[in-house]
Design a protein around this ligand. Sequence first.
Ligand code: GDP
Length: 375
Amino acid sequence: MEEQELAGTARQCAGCGVMIQTEDKAKPGYVPPAALARDPVICQRCFRIKHYNEVAPVSMDDDDFLRILNGIGATDSLVVMVVDIFDFQGSWLRGLPRFVGGNPILLVGNKLDLLPRNINVNRVRNWLQHEAKERGLRPADVLLVSAAKGVGIDELLVRIGELRKGRDVYIVGVTNVGKSTLVNRIIHDHGVAETDITTSPFPGTTLDKIEIALEDGRVLVDTPGILNREQIGHMVTPADLRLITPSARVNPKVYQLNDRQTLFLGGLARIDFVRGKHQPFVVYVSNRLKIHRTKLENADQLLAKHHGTLLAPPSGEAVASLPPFTRHAFKVDAGESRDVVISGLGWVTLTGKADAYLEVYVPKGVHVGIRRALI
Ligand code: GDP
């Protein structure tokens, strides 16, 4: 009898939105039967994240995700696309223009709090707009926020109100951009729900879409994120992910390098200054990530001897499961200011008076790119 009732009122986890089930511990949405009486009900996975800060990897099928995105094109709605300004490349939701149909897009750059204090916010906004355009997206507006610190949220809500014109709102983004944190903020500032949506530093927390009622009878829909496999975060352990994900404002570190010198960003990236003139390399990564400088001629040996110890993360045995380093070559022309971006880790800014030739080594599958300097 009890089971029938349950089946009739299919419930979703108040944390991540997945359908609740009591049969299979290994599958998403599992709740021990005894915990069903709780209100609100959260799945065991969200429970663990909340109370023990530990996460069981669950991934959403790409097809499921595409199905949800495709559905948005058929609606009349405002699409709010969230990106992580600290990891723009890794957080770009590819193919969005194809899926949204004629719906307007509001582009939100989150994690503003991580950028150094002296940044010009307008410049970052213009930069985002430019990058979006390059990728075929013409947002109705671009806003910068910090969901975690509550910066820019009022303006965002006003802008959503103006742009949605009485329509539903879909919030989309790849995992880890802070979408759940943002939705929580919106809920709290609007007071429309009592439960937090679970947030965590691990990719993939929101498993199915969550609808939040808006005052005019419309809904705000939090869609699940999709994993961007180019993010380095998918290749490291949860402990290392915590270390490389900046949690506080990033302090740029300046290295005056001569050519034939190498910088190691932990044991996850190696930057060889192959040819050029003495010049600064400004590194923007998590403050907790250790950086080592060495002569290029010693770099191979240093890596062979100290990968996983001095050059970490990856720490210890995790070195063995890291994909092999692959080489990417770049040239920064004299007088230009360029960022060499390593998806999920950060970037290095070069502003050389002479042409600079670099070789960057990262685990296979991690995206490395070059862009106009952000700062
Ligand atoms: P989702 O997968 O996009 O829903 O991302 P979450 O909301 O779970 O957030 C992913 C990680 O980013 C968590 O560690 C959050 O604490 C962190 N985060 C979210 N918003 C911000 C922000 O505005 N600033 C900073 N520094 N971290 C944030």
